[in-house]
Ligand binder design. Structure first.
Ligand code: SAM
Length: 325
């Protein structure tokens, strides 16, 4: 009897969550889709864990929807599929275009950037006049971080004539923005061959010729910075967006952005020309900046300007701009 009652309670609570999520998402879509379509923006966030008990994020990708659950101990196996169905119905998106993802809130090595499946279907999406490939099924992240849409615009506006260094460059979205902004050169550094190939594909998609002006370096960032300092490479604009945590199994060391950012930034500043801008960003949710002693002449937190309006979590990332001495 009590098992039946529990099942009934669970089903009632899932149905209730589905209803409130569907309502919220359709209202947000009505508001945001008009506004973003005028700006030619096809990827945006519709639900950002707005209601504490509905632990989901919902993102729009050019007619597809990605519904993610922040899993926890009491997560029910039926919860996410039912949220996905409710969102699909509310937005009139066929269920084959609704993608689901289970996310951990804890940062755990191997989960955030590992490959999940192998459907290998990619989709072209627009962000203003930029275009990017996304993959909504095979990885936990899709290839495009929309929370940095406005930061990409900032970099693009500053890029003319610059030599741009993109560290932990992932799929090269910032490098594409800098290239279209007229920079002189880009170096995109990442340790993953898969993401660097994806970055090159993004360049091609945007009609940017990947010649010697635009270089993709498969390197551990720390090692790259040692190499760049030794070779006396110099940059005039940089974007540094490390993962919160990673393990380097070869060297048996780990990186924790909260602990290790001062050393990383010191290394970055060594390859920057005086008066050049370095943007540093993290999505670590309990980050304590330790910038004392950095050789910079100006350091400003610009998070309020870099979080787009569709994100409820106004600290989904934090971002600083500093000027090298
Ligand atoms: C936080 S993302 C960077 C997001 C990117 N800046 C963007 O907004 O599109 C993480 C990236 O860091 C790369 N990465 C992780 N550890 C690395 C390391 N030690 N050296 C170089 N790249 C690394 C991963 O392969 C992944 O592409």
């Amino acid at each position: 009897m009590s098992v039946m009652k529990n099942n009934l309670d669970e089903q009632q609570s899932i149905s209730y969550h589905a209803e409130i999520l569907a309502n919220r998402v359709s209202k947000r879509f009505a508001h945001l889709s008009k506004k973003f379509s005028r700006q030619n923006i096809e990827c945006f966030r519709l639900y950002d864990w707005d209601i504490p008990e509905v632990r989901a994020v919902v993102d729009w990708y050019a007619g597809h929807v990605v519904v993610g659950e922040y899993v926890h101990k009491q997560s029910l196996p039926d919860w996410l599929p039912q949220m996905a169905e409710a969102v699909g119905n509310a937005l009139k998106v066929p269920l084959e275009l609704v993608h689901i993802k289970r996310r951990q809130t804890k940062v755990e090595e191997g989960l955030r950037y590992s490959k999940m499946g192998s459907q290998n279907e990619r989709l072209e999406v627009k962000e203003n006049d930029l275009k990017f490939w996304v993959n909504l099924d095979d990885f936990l992240d899709t290839g495009l971080f929309s929370d940095h849409r406005d930061t990409r615009s900032m970099i693009r506006k500053l890029a003319a004539g610059k030599d741009f260094l993109n560290l932990y460059g992932y799929t090269g979205t910032f490098s594409c923005a800098a290239a279209l902004g007229g920079c002189q050169s880009t170096v995109t550094v990442d340790r993953s061959a898969t993401y660097l190939k994806w970055a090159e594909d993004n360049f091609k998609l945007n009609g940017i010729t990947t010649d010697s002006k635009h270089i993709f370096e498969r390197f551990d960032v720390e090692k790259y910075l040692i190499h760049a300092a030794r070779e006396k490479y110099k940059f005039t604009l940089a974007f540094v967006d490390p993962p919160s945590f990673f393990k380097d199994h070869e060297q048996e060391r780990s990186f924790d952005v909260d602990r290790d950012h001062p050393q990383l930034l010191q290394q970055v500043l060594k390859v920057m020309v005086p008066d050049s801008f370095v943007f540093f960003s993290t999505n670590h949710q309990r980050f304590t900046p330790k910038f004392d002693g950095l050789k910079v002449q100006g350091l400003t937190e610009i998070t309020a300007k870099t979080i787009p309006e569709d994100y409820r979590n106004k600290q989904i990332h934090r971002c600083w701009k500093m000027i090298a001495i």
